[in-house]
Design a protein. Structure first.
Length: 231
């Protein structure tokens, strides 16, 4: 059987200039990271340096202040780009009007879009299906994923992130049924995030044709410690 390479993309959630622990999408409850095995403070520069040392060259960065409309952390994103990372930047709805470049790709999350009139914004962009369990979260509604995924083939996102917001930071496990639903229609680059509980789950992803996984909690616990896994 041929081997499969599952890429690990570290996640940095940034709020008020520091790295915070995201849990279940409840942003008002996020706290600065103080117990990570990677750094002894929530200083973003420390984490960026550690990720470089480990061998990561891609990173997902969520600027929570920009997402919530109360400022931004552009300096930290720019720092990551200058260090040589390929940055997947979630800066909220503002990202729709930004232009991607070779080292910086703005993530267009469904939670910032009006359904269905604005779905076309994900065409040829890095798109995120923001999930609450089996529903895709939009700015104006929750829509069952089985209604949304048939549109994906026509919209042709450049890359697709499948993020279960309610599972983020919980280690409750990856929802494989959702991956199957998406893969029935979408054949491009697919990354999943939210709920990774152990290394065995990474091995399972090879059966779902997943290209990579977004990881935060298990990185901070020291369970995941390399930029990719060959399965």
């Amino acid at each position: 059987m041929s081997k499969v390479r599952i890429v690990i993309i570290p996640v940095m959630d940034i709020m008020n200039g520091v790295v915070v622990h995201a849990v279940a999408g409840e942003r008002d409850k996020y706290k600065p990271y103080t117990d990570s095995v990677l750094c002894n403070s929530p200083d973003p520069d420390c984490f960026l340096n550690r990720f470089i040392e480990i061998g990561f060259r891609s990173i997902y960065m969520a600027d929570l202040d920009s997402i919530m409309g109360r400022g931004n952390n552009e300096r930290i994103l720019e720092r990551a780009v200058k260090m040589g990372f390929l940055v997947y930047a979630d800066i909220g709805r503002t990202g729709i009007s930004r232009q991607d470049n070779v080292n910086l790709r703005y993530v267009i999350g469904t939670e910032y879009l009006v359904y269905p009139s604005e779905l076309s914004f994900i065409r040829n962009r890095v798109a995120s299906l923001d999930l609450e369990y089996n529903n895709v979260k939009f700015a104006n509604s929750l829509v069952n994923i089985k209604e949304v995924v048939p549109m994906l083939a026509e919209l042709t996102p450049y890359e697709l992130l499948l993020i279960n917001l309610k599972f983020v930071g919980t280690m409750m496990g990856i929802n494989k049924e959702i991956i199957e639903s998406v893969r029935h229609y979408y054949y491009g680059k697919l990354y999943v995030g939210g709920g990774l509980g152990n290394l065995n789950e990474i091995s399972d992803l090879k059966n779902y044709n997943v290209d990579g996984i977004l990881v935060a909690t298990l990185l901070h616990k020291g369970v995941v410690n390399r930029p990719y896994y060959i399965i």
